[in-house]
Design a protein. Structure first.
Length: 178
């Protein structure tokens, strides 16, 4: 069974860690009452992590367009291949849609995004409170949908590892041979 390339593996896990971190921080920070310095710091970290995901997602998509993933094991039924490919495509859509919705929500709410406090990212839309309300719930629901899909994705990975023991998990883990 062949592995994904080292670049694909590194990007997969880096993006997964950042998404899980940003997701957790998103839930924690919005639960803090008032405007404490901690809350503001968490919002900043959340936005930086999210923007980093957006940038890595562009690299990942470019890499993916130039590299076919290794073939799946021949033992896998056709419906499972189709389900895996469909789910992977959807996950790619969410890796972009979630941070983009957060970015546009922030701009519509009237806040600039200053990446790592160093430079301001483009203000692509003007402040618009009505649009901000909509984008806030869009960001929320995109997140909940992505969480459900990631849950399925992880269950599938566990099923391949524990029940089928077919080496699918090793395709996405670092190792010596490809
Ligand atoms: C991987 C990317 C991201 C994930 C997983 C994520 C996840 C979340 C989650 C789970 C929440 C809490 C929603 C709620 O309980 O109401 C949230 C809120 C928020 N996100 Fe993100 N987010 C991401 C990217 C971004 C980006 C790039 C920005 C802006 C640059 C952003 C700005 C915000 C803001 C301002 C809120 C607070 C909304 C409120 O005050 O209710 N997010 N995010
Ligand atoms: C936010 C979290 C995650 C996202 C967005 C995500 C997304 C993706 C995507 C888009 C692919 C397809 C790669 C391609 O063909 O280009 C993939 C593959 C894979 N992911 Fe994840 N993933 C996440 C977390 C995880 C976790 C936690 C696990 C393990 C427990 C995992 C295990 C795998 C495996 C084994 C593959 C390779 C599947 C195959 O052989 O075709 N992923 N993931």
């Amino acid at each position: 069974m062949q592995r994904y390339t080292t670049t694909a593996i590194a990007l997969h896990w880096l993006i997964a860690i950042l998404i899980i971190g940003a997701f957790t921080l998103g839930l924690v920070m919005t639960d803090i009452p008032g405007f404490s310095p901690t809350k503001l710091r968490y919002y900043a970290w959340h936005k930086w992590a999210g923007v980093t995901v957006m940038a890595l997602a562009v690299l990942r998509l470019l890499w993916r367009l130039g590299h076919r993933p290794p073939a799946l094991t021949a033992a896998m039924p056709a419906w499972q291949r189709a389900a895996a490919h469909g789910l992977h495509h959807l996950l790619y859509v969410f890796i972009f849609a979630v941070p983009i919705s957060g970015y546009f929500y922030t701009l519509a709410a009237g806040f600039p995004v200053v990446y790592f406090g160093l430079f301001q990212l483009p203000v692509l839309i003007a402040k618009n409170p009505a649009l901000a309300e909509t984008l806030k719930s869009v960001h929320y629901w995109l997140n909940m949908s992505m969480a459900a899909l990631v849950g399925l994705h992880v269950l599938a990975a566990l099923k391949h590892t524990i029940v089928d023991r077919d080496g699918t998990m090793r395709r996405m883990l670092p190792g010596r041979s490809h």
